[in-house]
Design a binder for this molecule. Structure first.
Ligand code: 9YT
Length: 128
């Protein structure tokens, strides 16, 4: 087994910074777990368009508050501390943060570490 400390990921190559979020990637494809685990901060007052067409993602909010809007039906899902949202349909959505939101994100398949959203809110599927 092993442990990974957030403090060792901060400002490493696995700390990816985008305009509306920063993600500290703790467990990645190279760890061969079949999923990746990220500690992500969504910045207060931002909206992010996301559509993971190649990945399933669960997102557990451990700090802060905001909402998710699913594009297909316009439904708004309030998100606060101790809420997990589960994108089981590769759901296209908008993620809006009222305050800074700290999220524990699990991706299947795992991401490699360097991905950031393309113009459609998608991560590419990285094959071996
Ligand atoms: C909640 C979400 O998907 N935020 C975008 C960043 C993502 N969690 C990542 O790449 O770590």
């Amino acid at each position: 087994m092993k442990t990974v400390k957030l403090q060792d990921v901060i400002d490493s190559e696995n700390h990816v910074k985008a305009d509306t979020w920063e993600s500290r990637r703790l467990v990645l494809k190279k760890d061969n777990m079949g999923y990746s685990v990220h500690d992500t901060v969504i910045k207060a007052g931002t909206e992010t368009h996301i559509w993971y067409q190649n990945h399933l993602e669960s997102v557990y909010c451990i700090e802060g508050e905001g909402e998710v809007e699913t594009v297909k039906d316009g439904k708004v899902w309030p998100i606060e501390k101790d809420t997990i949202y589960v994108l089981d349909q590769n759901d296209e959505h908008y993620l809006r943060a009222k305050t800074d939101m700290r999220m524990v994100c699990v991706f299947n398949p795992p991401i490699t570490g360097q991905e950031t959203h393309d113009e459609n809110g998608v991560y590419p599927l990285v094959e071996d």
